[in-house]
Design a protein around this ligand. Sequence first.
Ligand SMILES: CC(C)(COP(=O)(O)OP(=O)(O)OC[C@H]1O[C@@H](n2cnc3c(N)ncnc32)[C@H](O)[C@@H]1OP(=O)(O)O)[C@@H](O)C(=O)NCCC(=O)NCCS
Length: 156
Amino acid sequence: MSSLQNIVTSKYICMEECHISSILEIENQSYDYPWSEKIFQDCINHNYLCRVILIDNVLIGYVISSIVQDECHIMNLCIKDDHRRSGYGRYLLDELHKEVIKINCKLVFLECRPSNRSALKLYKSEGYNEIGIRKNYYPAPNGAEDAIMLAKNVKE
Ligand SMILES: CC(C)(COP(=O)(O)OP(=O)(O)OC[C@H]1O[C@@H](n2cnc3c(N)ncnc32)[C@H](O)[C@@H]1OP(=O)(O)O)[C@@H](O)C(=O)NCCC(=O)NCCS
């Protein structure tokens, strides 16, 4: 099946507690400083916007955002490594944009490591612009790494 057909048959749904074990596997494979189980649990409990993509009931990606007034802050977006480069990251972002527009968000923003070239390319190709730097935002082997802040207006 082509990746386009897979996207058509995939499901973008709310994250639930039963998804956390699959999420942790992806999270631990994907980041040097992964989120803990408690962080994911807290995001669900505190009503963050937590969404997952399932293909044939297998979880292959997730996005977590917080909504404050008309702004959406993407805090984590991740695709399982063996499903990358197939359009799922873009799909997840597009679904999130559609959803937050419906709840009247005007701006979506996020932080990204300058070293994360693939994520930066995705965000820029989706219309995000660099709006600043957060100094020493991320943990890194030699202390800390700055974050690039990116933002996109989703509604005029
Ligand atoms: C960043 C991430 C979410 C992208 O997901 P993905 O499903 O592979 O992305 P897509 O297939 O939708 O790609 C969309 C675009 O992103 C860019 N891109 C994605 N991966 C890339 C790579 N390895 N090299 C170069 N460009 C890349 C390309 O512009 C691509 O468009 P194209 O395929 O038309 O060239 C994924 O690599 C990931 O989960 N990384 C680990 C977690 C992470 O870093 N999250 C972001 C935190 S800020």
